[in-house]
Design a protein around this ligand. Structure first.
Ligand code: HSE
Length: 430
């Protein structure tokens, strides 16, 4: 029997407990596949007494994550604590300095400090892997880093926050408001401890920034990303978008052009029959588009114990097999500092207005778009509403720049023909 791979696991929440449980439950299979046993030497968590669904026999308890990170008997430190600062950061840095390989599911940590950590790992000649950080059980990091390493990636996009997708699809199917479904999602335990990470688009943004780095060879740049959450999305917009053949999704999309790196995570309209458009509930989808490969769709569970723990095991088995892959698929020193592109490529826009229902109103609205150089593709007026003086008008523009749409909406406001705030949402033709 080959020498076991000795690991320490910090953080025994859903994922950490799942990793230890699966290592025990599937020990024979994992040993055969890894070529050696994977042995949990020590664990660390906040609460020692909690039942976690695995046996503590032969496992040492360690009260301090940073001291576990440099434990003399481990080769791999598994960080499942979470958070971009504090204990997780200190412990991962300590592990790398101590010459331990690191496996983590911590997207926030790597989205902010990933480049520095990848450099440190290379200097220390250790491996830092993070399959579980992006889209749970979907093997997208491996797909990009390994299988598609020979292709030039044109764009990466997808629905990478299950909670947001659950909220949006439930609003659509029940007709309930955002707050009602948000409360349901919280009761189901879907939301992160800080819900803003989910509904504010931050969690999905962290994941996209990590994928963009592998896809385009840039230093991970979460701060250069355009991020907007789903808090402002109403059932009315979901319904009206549906009428026009679209669904509203929290879409992450990253593209590299000569101008630089465009990264955005925001609510978008996507065609109902597109891959992001068909995703229901808490499922995730990631689409990788390569010059030679074309589109590759990866769809599955983006969270949960089984899927996310399995992703951690995949990284551990790679290390046990002796595979050493750079954190972002190439040497950290060869990753470039990309210029963030805010405006990005032209897209069509969905614009919802409440206009005064009186002679000439539509003409003035149309003129405001025309004067700003924005061409209207489709326009639909819905019947008068309760107040009897205003009507909802929905406009889908042709592709245009963010600047022009901004100018046209300013002109619409100045026309004096609208009441209530104007809603405008990008349409991504994916
Ligand atoms: N909170 C995330 C989601 C899972 O809802 O997809 C962990 O990243």
């Amino acid at each position: 029997m080959n020498e076991p791979l000795r690991i320490g696991v910090a953080g025994l929440g859903t994922v950490g407990a799942g990793v230890v449980r699966l290592l025990q439950q599937n020990a024979d299979m994992i040993t055969k596949r890894a070529g050696r046993p994977i042995h949990v030497v020590a664990v660390n968590a906040r609460d020692k007494e909690k039942a976690r669904g695995f046996s503590f026999e032969d496992i040492e308890w360690n009260d301090d994550a940073a001291s576990l990170a440099s434990h003399r008997d481990i080769e791999v430190f598994v960080e499942l604590i979470g958070g971009d600062e504090g204990v997780a950061k200190v412990a991962v840095e300590k592990a790398i300095q101590s010459g331990k390989h690191v496996v983590t599911a911590n997207k926030a940590l790597l989205a902010i400090h990933g480049h520095a950590m990848a450099e440190a790992a290379e200097t220390a000649a250790v491996t830092l892997r993070f399959e579980a950080a992006v889209a749970g059980g979907i093997p997208v990091v491996k797909a990009l880093t390994e299988s598609l390493a020979g292709d030039r990636i044109k764009q990466v996009y997808g629905v990478m926050n299950g909670t947001c997708n659950y909220i949006l699809t439930k609003m659509e199917s029940t007709g309930k408001d955002y707050q009602d479904i948000f409360d349901e999602a919280r009761d189901l335990g879907y939301l992160e401890a800080d819900p803003k990470l989910d509904v504010g688009g931050i969690d999905a943004g962290h994941k996209l920034a990590l994928l963009a780095s592998i896809a385009f060879g840039n230093r991970v740049d979460f701060r250069g990303m355009d991020i907007e959450g789903i808090e402002q999305i109403t059932f009315e917009d979901i319904q009206l978008a549906g009428d026009m053949g679209y669904r509203i999704k929290l879409l992450g999309i990253a593209r590299m052009s000569e101008r630089g790196l465009e990264q955005r995570t925001q609510p978008c309209l996507v065609p109902k029959d597109s891959p992001p458009g068909w995703i229901e509930n808490a499922t995730n989808i990631v689409v990788l588009e390569g010059e030679e490969t074309g589109q590759v769709f990866l769809q599955g569970a983006g969270a949960g114990q089984g899927p996310t723990s399995t992703a951690v095991l995949g990284d551990l088995i790679d290390i046990a097999r002796g595979r050493r892959i750079s954190t972002f698929g190439q040497a950290a020193s060869s990753l470039t500092k990309a210029t963030p592109v805010q405006d990005g490529r032209d897209v069509a826009y969905y614009v919802r207005l409440r206009i005064l229902d009186e002679p000439g109103a539509l003409a003035k609205i149309a003129a405001a778009f025309g004067d700003a150089g924005v061409s209207i593709h489709r326009l639909r007026q819905y019947g008068r509403r309760i107040d009897d003086v205003s009507a909802t008008v929905l406009i889908v523009t042709y592709q245009t720049s963010r600047q022009k749409i901004k100018h046209s909406l300013t002109a619409v406001r100045q026309s004096g023909m609208t009441i209530k705030p104007i809603v405008s949402i990008r349409i991504e033709d994916v």
